[in-house]
Write a protein that binds this ligand. Structure first.
Ligand code: HEC
Ligand code: HEC
Ligand code: HEC
Ligand code: HEC
Ligand code: HEC
Ligand code: HEC
Length: 426
């Protein structure tokens, strides 16, 4: 009896202990996550996300630098606190204590990436090529079948009357001659051709003064390809207000200095360009004595870099980024094209946007040049709003679902007020 009681008490003790352990572990990991998301994310992707400025930290203790060390965790802590002791210049010292770094490690070790489904560019491209090419091929095949069928019918009739038969090419030539002789038919054809030419001329004239492909020279030879493309830096890291406010804004020089205090460029050209960021704080990148010190930032003479605005809607319009990026769930590329492939900011062309995988997958096809009113409307008519995963819409969704007018319909911005003049015009 006593033995049993003892066992019970022990069991109880064990459960409490283990649950305490569990709580403290998950707390560690969540503290670590916070540190990671605010500090390390500037240069390291989430574990398993691939290289960013720094290496992927997945299974970090098995990396060359730590795998042969006796005290792996201890070495990692020293490394993060003082990378320069390890001959590393690209990663700045992190002001974290040992426990904080352990919690980051805990987060790295327990992190499980969310699964996302994405169409590969190849799939999208083949889908597109299929649709335009196959239509043309089908039309041509039908035309040929028709010609052959009609010719053979004609020949059968001729045979019954004992007349000489014709080959397909003979019938085509005969038809053309007869058509040319008929002035009414010629008149109608010329009229149609004239209208088509007029439409082309009209479209070209309407296109004058449009801003597609506009890419002005900028004070620094900045490259989106090097940053967002090769080094995988998220658009939101630099254009952070796009998610939360009306404008996406161009980053201030402070943001550049998060990295360029240490990254000074491998070539003379790169160093000269990065030097311009330093110069905007009154500092000389070539002077080894000068160190960029965040604590002294208020004392620096600051000359903001004068970036030239690329996108600029007329004052009579209202456009809001967070409404589109956060509420509408759109990707930057759906309106700005492959910025990660370009150097400086540029207004994307309609064709470029139409080949964007997100636009193809979302069945959005622009028929008007970028930044015109027709362009906004094109998308508002076609984009299906994903009401399932957006809390903003839960209540509205329930109402719309039962409304006879919208039942089983694709809900687009147009259906919820996105065509009202006042929404886009002051
Ligand atoms: C300003 C950019 C930057 C920031 C911020 C940064 N790192 Fe790094 N980190 C790097 C670079 C670059 C390297 C690669 C250095 C090298 O090997 O030359 C690196 C390497 C590492 C390594 C070694 C990995 C290996 O396989 O050798 C660890 C561990 C690490 N970082 C952890 C962290 C942690 C934890 C944080 C956040 C508290 C952090 N880093 C913040 C840029 C950064
Ligand atoms: C998150 C880190 C990070 C931030 C923030 C950042 N850069 Fe960079 N930058 C890099 C890396 C990495 C390179 C490539 C260095 C290399 O390859 O030697 C680079 C290279 C450059 C170069 C040299 C390009 C060349 O020709 O090699 C310039 C100029 C530059 N950055 C300007 C900027 C400006 C301006 C900003 C702020 C708007 C900025 N960077 C913000 C990481 C960053
Ligand atoms: C629905 C289309 C759309 C989406 C999605 C979109 N943008 Fe824009 N963006 C625009 C338009 C339109 C302008 C011009 C705004 C103006 O002139 O008032 C613009 C302007 C900008 C500018 C110039 C500065 C400014 O705020 O006017 C930057 C930078 C920018 N966008 C970056 C981004 C980034 C980064 C994302 C993704 C997080 C994004 N955009 C998503 C349409 C879009
Ligand atoms: C390292 C910082 C950085 C990153 C990352 C970055 N940008 Fe930029 N972006 C800039 C700077 C600086 C400018 C101003 C110079 C220029 O026009 O290229 C700019 C300009 C732009 C412009 C034109 C703004 C205008 O004046 O109308 C657009 C659009 C834009 N970025 C979109 C993006 C998109 C989309 C991404 C992600 C694929 C991205 N950017 C990633 C720094 C960045
Ligand atoms: C690629 C698609 C796309 C393009 C291009 C686009 N929009 Fe939108 N827009 C949306 C989506 C999706 C919503 C729905 C989000 C919401 O309800 O707030 C929306 C909503 C809006 C709303 C709010 C409507 C309402 O009922 O609350 C305004 C205003 C707006 N857009 C203005 C513009 C302007 C101005 C432009 C052109 C410069 C533009 N949009 C281009 C997709 C787009
Ligand atoms: C989805 C957003 C949106 C809606 C809805 C919208 N517009 Fe526009 N409108 C724009 C944009 C963006 C421009 C600027 C286009 C440009 O610069 O080429 C514009 C331009 C115009 C212009 C030309 C102004 C000029 O200076 O050339 C007129 C007129 C106009 N809109 C009237 C209307 C009327 C009337 C309605 C309602 C039936 C309406 N718009 C609805 C976005 C919108």
């Amino acid at each position: 009896m006593i033995l049993l009681k003892k066992l019970k008490v022990r069991l109880l003790f064990l459960t409490v202990l283990s649950s305490l352990c569990f709580i403290s572990i998950s707390q560690d990991a969540s503290e670590g996550e916070q540190i990671f998301q605010t500090t390390c994310i500037a240069c390291h992707n989430l574990p398993g996300g691939g290289k960013l400025v720094g290496p992927d930290l997945k299974d970090v203790l098995t990396h060359d630098r730590f795998v042969n060390e006796e005290d792996q965790v201890g070495t990692l802590i020293k490394y993060v606190q003082n990378p320069s002791d390890f001959g590393v210049t690209l990663m700045p010292s992190q002001l974290l204590d040992a426990d904080e770094i352990k919690s980051v490690l805990e987060f790295i070790n327990t992190y499980v990436p969310e699964e996302t489904e994405e169409l590969t560019t190849e799939e999208v491209e083949t889908e597109q090529v299929m649709s335009s090419n196959s239509m043309l091929i089908i039309a041509i095949v039908i035309l040929f079948i028709l010609i052959f069928a009609l010719t053979s019918i004609k020949n059968t009739l001729k045979k019954t009357q004992d007349q000489p038969t014709e080959t397909v090419s003979e019938s085509i030539i005969k038809f053309c001659k007869a058509y040319w002789a008929n002035y009414k038919a010629v008149l109608i054809t010329s009229f149609i051709v004239f209208i088509i030419i007029l439409k082309f001329a009209f479209d070209t004239m309407m296109g004058v003064g449009l801003v597609e492909k506009y890419q002005p020279e900028q004070p620094i030879e900045f490259s989106h390809k090097i940053h967002a493309g090769d080094n995988g830096i998220d658009c939101n890291y630099c254009h952070s207000s796009a998610r939360s406010s009306k404008t996406a804004a161009v980053p201030s020089a402070n943001v550049c200095m998060n990295c360029h205090t240490n990254i000074k460029g491998n070539t003379d050209d790169a160093k000269a360009e990065i030097g311009k960021i330093w110069k905007s704080f009154g500092l000389d990148i070539n002077d080894e004595e000068q160190i960029f010190d965040w604590d002294k930032i208020d004392t620096y003479e600051q000359n903001p870099i004068e970036w030239i605005r690329v996108h600029n809607l007329p004052d009579l319009t209202y456009f809001n980024h967070s409404q589109h990026v956060t509420v509408g769930g759109l990707e930057c590329q759906q309106c700005h094209g492959d910025m990660e492939e370009k150097t400086l900011g540029q207004v994307a062309t309609m064709e470029e946007l139409n080949s964007q995988k997100f636009n193809v997958a979302g069945e959005i096809k622009f028929k008007h040049p970028t930044l015109t009113m027709g362009w906004c409307i094109d998308c508002h008519r076609q984009k299906e709003i994903d009401m399932g995963s957006n809390e903003y819409y839960t209540e509205m969704h329930e109402k719309l679902k039962s409304h006879p007018k919208y039942k089983n319909k694709k809900i687009t911005p147009a259906l919820i007020g996105g065509m009202e003049c006042g929404k886009c015009h002051y």
